[in-house]
Ligand binder design. Sequence first.
Ligand code: CA
Ligand code: CA
Length: 347
Amino acid sequence: MAKTIIVACILSISTGLFAQRNCREAFQRVETKRFAELPDDCPTPDAFAISPDGSLFLSCPNYADNSLPGLLVRVNSDGTIIRIAEVPGIDLGTSARPMGIDFAPDGSLYVCANPRILRYSFVNDSVAQIETIAEGINGPNGLKINGDNLFVTVPKLPKINTAKNTSGVYRFKLTDRNIEVKSDSTDSNLLFTTQTQNPKRQFGLDGIAFDHSGDLYVGDFGDAIIYKLKLSETGTIESKEVYTTFPDSTGIDGMIFDQDGNLYVTGFSQNQLWKIDNNRKASIIADYPDNDGCHGELDQPVDLTIWEDKLIISNFDLMTGEGFVNTAHSKPYTLSFIPLRDEDIKR
Ligand SMILES: [Ca+2]
Ligand SMILES: [Ca+2]
């Protein structure tokens, strides 16, 4: 049963430097399908990354079961899952909860492993080395690599004492090792900060994506605002603007551009998938009531990627309570997909 899609049209904001007007129209709803059922040791999937040779990797922080280690897995075309590595915590014998991941051009994988950023080197599917890029980061969430740098969102920076939650984006060089991050305003790697206004969801920058021009986009989860940041050749911010906004109940999370410049965004809190076309028209293209995911429904969608002509979406299926459509974490643990050639979303 589809929820009624509400057409929210002409939502404009004006926040000083940030000003953008856009229009929403409801698309015909697209049904997502089940791409994979995850094994019992992957109850809580999070982020995707595609290796230089085209393999799809997924991080599994596994918050749903503290007895399970955080995992990195490979996802095959037929939906089968290969366990690649556990993600160690700082103390011997402990495990970290991997979130954002991305591959560098040399095939190494950079991993948010609170409170560190780790770099995995592989020989075939075996881990050859794990190095520390940075440590002391307060809950690194999204991670993307562009050029010689990696960019990491941090949704909460409580050491920065502001009335509303401050969140930020950090930039590191791929060649950085053992950077000591203080998670306060003195960090030289802190590229951009913002404050989340929504009193019901004081959780800030989370989703992260680059467009094909190399501009950086980050999403404030609580305020449901996507910021577009234009970077200079030296990596500083040349300009910033609001790219688009959503109802602040949406819980925007993972983001990815397709080759035509359309941006797909998960609506974590409302079981939604949004598409923002290259004219910045935002539309809900999939929208589900509470469910267990067994038919491939969006079940608290968190991250997404484009792989082999499919838009593949990971379902977090964990958070419940006020503001979340999801009411229970339960099997099956799933990835959903939409064929990107589907005419319903190509229009
Ligand atoms: Ca559920
Ligand atoms: Ca489920």
